[in-house]
Ligand binder design. Structure first.
Ligand code: UPG
Length: 482
């Protein structure tokens, strides 16, 4: 089967760095696919809002052919400070619902712009932007939905939801392990799942938003998944075994599509990592993505736990740690630790030879980046899909160690003693050693998944493109060109 030559693809990520980054990487992957498979070529247009555009343009500086269009972000939304257009700038993630609901006001601008663009072969839009499926239907554009989560997390969520696992009968305990019906070897706690899935009332603004997102998902052409088959085959197969459910297409790891970095102008933290390499000291990288909320009390305990562990660490955080902990901390850790408050190139840090462990909240991008570079994880999940990602990483593929909270709940307190013990376990202990060995294997599989012609993700993308990029009959039906 041949496909007609040139296609226009629209990408519409949710306004959160953890959602924007992988979709931009997907845009790059499309261009790269064309370079390897010249029979099919793409124009890619990314939709966003003005305050997100500089980040996107900078991220795509190696791919100027990807066009970025900004739509005006709605003003005067109750609770959302003026000028906030991305979740990492929200004063609290409790504003997720009004922030996300506000995006619906972009719909008329989006549709007006679509009218004036070249015909779109398919669109990939974020599952949080449920209303984009209405726009896709109006313009007869096949929509792929992207949630940024892996197949393990979505399979567990679907099973929990379908079996009303925590709601019928209602399970009151936050920390009682319950067997997941489709996967009897997995036990989840109520606190591992988002409140919308476990709330017996099944009502309220968060629930209504979730329902809208689910409905728009079921009417989509398929799921685009930032993962690779070999990592979680049982869960991919399970997700694709439900008749009537859109097919999941694993096309990742998308982080492997990042361009090689230029060697000029190394930032200070890379110089610091170079020095640690010369000293022969392994480094723990510490970072919690772009929207984690850590109390001052917890931040202090974290800092003291890192200090107690005596392990060298590079910690990227938006907070002023010394201000929270009190004078003297920076002096005490001067030799063993470095704290960075800038935006960093996380991939460059994780790829550095000195980095031998990653204390992470297990946002799916971070976790997968760590797997790809072969660095084991110390999992400290905090919200959203992170508890499930942590379970997957520690229990399923065994590439990490888990930090436990005092009361066993996800949002519970982690003591300095626990943290220090687990840091040492990851960096020097037996479980850490096994995780290190396992993660190297998955790292090889990750790279193999994208190899032209033979990789599972390469083949999936090729099939998907062939399916979506058929030329259209005037009545909107698809026709194969030959
Ligand atoms: O200074 C920084 C900070 C972050 N990153 C990158 O930003 C992304 C962060 O994504 P992720 O690790 O997934 O964390 P979050 O920002 O917390 O991601 C949100 O989105 C993810 C994908 O849906 C979910 O898995 C998370 O739970 C959710 O919090 C990663 O690619 C990082 O490499 C940088 O490059 N430099």
């Amino acid at each position: 089967m041949a496909v007609s030559a040139h296609h226009h693809v629209v990408l519409f990520p949710y306004m959160s760095k953890g959602h924007i980054i992988p979709l931009l990487q997907f845009g790059r992957l499309l261009l790269r696919h064309h370079r390897k498979e010249p029979t099919i070529s793409f124009t890619v247009t990314v939709f966003t809002t003005p305050k997100n555009q500089p980040f996107i343009s900078d991220f795509l500086s190696d791919a100027p052919e990807i066009k970025v269009i900004s739509l005006p972000f709605p003003e005067n939304i109750t609770g959302i400070p003026p000028g906030v257009e991305s979740t990492d700038k929200l004063p609290s993630m409790s504003l997720y619902v009004p922030f996300t609901r506000a995006t619906k006001l972009l719909q008329p601008f989006f549709e007006e712009t679509l009218k004036n663009l070249p015909q779109v072969s398919f669109m990939v839009s974020d599952g949080f932007l449920w209303w984009t499926s209405e726009s896709a239907a109006k313009f007869k554009i096949p929509r792929l939905v992207f949630y940024g989560i892996n197949s393990y997390a979505s399979a567990v969520v679907i099973s929990t939801f379908q079996h009303k696992l925590f709601t019928e009968p209602e399970i009151k305990s936050d920390t009682e392990p319950v067997t997941v019906p489709n996967f009897p070897w997995i036990h989840v706690k109520k606190c591992d799942l988002d409140h919308v899935l476990t709330d017996p009332k099944q009502s309220g603004p968060a629930h209504e938003l979730f329902v809208d997102q689910m409905i728009s998902t079921t009417t989509s052409h398929g799921f685009l998944v930032n993962s690779f088959y070999e990592l979680e085959s049982a869960f991919v197969d399970n997700n694709n075994n439900h008749s009537g459910r859109p097919k999941s297409w694993c096309v990742g790891p998308l982080c492997l599509t990042d361009p090689p970095k230029s060697k000029s102008a190394k930032p200070a933290w890379i110089h610091w990592l170079d020095r640690k390499r010369e000293e022969g000291r392994p480094v723990l990288y510490v970072a919690f993505g772009t929207q984690a909320e850590i109390s001052d009390k917890q931040l202090k305990e974290l800092a003291l736990g890192l200090e107690d562990s005596k392990v060298n660490f590079l910690w990227v955080t938006r907070k002023d740690v010394e201000e929270t902990i009190g004078e003297g901390f920076n002096d005490r850790i001067r030799e063993s630790g470095m704290i960075v408050r800038d935006w960093v190139d996380q991939w460059e840090i994780l790829s550095h030879e000195s980095v031998k462990g990653f204390l992470s909240h297990c946002g799916w991008n971070s976790a997968q980046e760590s797997i790809c570079v072969g660095v084991p994880l110390l999992a400290w999940p905090m919200m959203a899909d992170q508890p499930l990602n942590a379970k997957m990483v520690v229990e399923e593929i065994k590439v990490g160690v888990r930090v436990e909270t005092e009361d066993g709940s996800v949002k519970g307190f982690v003591t300095r003693e626990e943290l220090s013990r687990k840091v040492k376990e990851l960096m020097e202990g037996k479980t850490g050693k096994t995780a290190r060995k396992n993660v190297k294997e998955y790292s090889k599989m990750a790279k193999a998944a994208l190899v032209e012609g033979t990789g599972s993700s390469w083949k999936n993308l090729d099939l998907l493109l062939k399916e979506l990029c058929k030329s259209k009959e005037p009545n909107g039906a698809y026709k194969l060109s030959d």
